[in-house]
Design a protein around this ligand. Structure first.
Ligand code: ZN
Length: 188
């Protein structure tokens, strides 16, 4: 069993050779990048999964790795992954928009469980799950979810998501859920 973890955005994500930071937000002279925050969560999830003896494939490990968004599902497929988890932060016109949500293509049950994990671990508002058939990363042939952890421009969401305690609670929660799903698949 191998799980693909996809830290949203990064080098060559949208255009070859050009860095795509995803959503950004400026606060007190510091610019927060979705790509960097998603990567920190992805690395924490990777560690939590490996601690549970679950193999992990990362679509990117750092900010230099070239991983175009249209190729990420295919990369995961080629690496022999059984499930695909993409990690993002949300963005909206209004800085007041807040909360956590999970996007999915086919696996509504997995999305629902993942959303429960995120709401519990982050304490952020439950925005529910949303089916999306149009997203390139969700074209993975197998269970695929895209986590929108919270809104980068919302002060409460951003502060929560920058907390190391919340980051490890999210990583542990995701890893525990994946381990449970793996056990169910192996018994079936
Ligand atoms: Zn994103």
């Amino acid at each position: 069993m191998k799980i693909c973890i996809d830290p949203g955005h990064g080098m060559s994500n949208r255009q070859p050779g050009i860095f795509d930071p995803g959503a950004t937000h400026m606060e007190n002279g510091f610019r927060f990048h979705e790509s960097a925050m998603a990567l920190r969560y992805a690395l924490a999830v990777k560690d939590a999964l490996r601690a549970r003896q679950i193999d992990v494939f990362m679509t990117r490990d750092d900010e230099q790795d070239h991983a175009p968004v249209v190729r990420r599902a295919a990369m995961a497929q080629a690496a022999g992954c059984d499930a695909f988890i993409s990690i993002h932060l949300n963005d909206a016109e209004s800085d007041a928009a807040h909360g956590t949500e999970v996007l999915y293509r086919d696996d509504e049950a997995l999305a629902r469980r993942m959303q429960q994990v995120l709401v519990q671990a982050t304490g952020l508002r439950d925005r529910g799950i949303k089916q999306r058939n149009d997203l390139a990363v969700l074209k993975f042939d197998g269970p695929a979810v895209l986590l929108e952890l919270g809104f980068i421009a919302n002060d409460n969401d951003r502060a929560a998501l920058l907390s190391p305690q919340i980051r490890s609670a999210v990583a542990d929660g995701i890893a525990a859920l994946v381990a449970q799903q793996v056990r169910q698949m192996e018994m079936a």
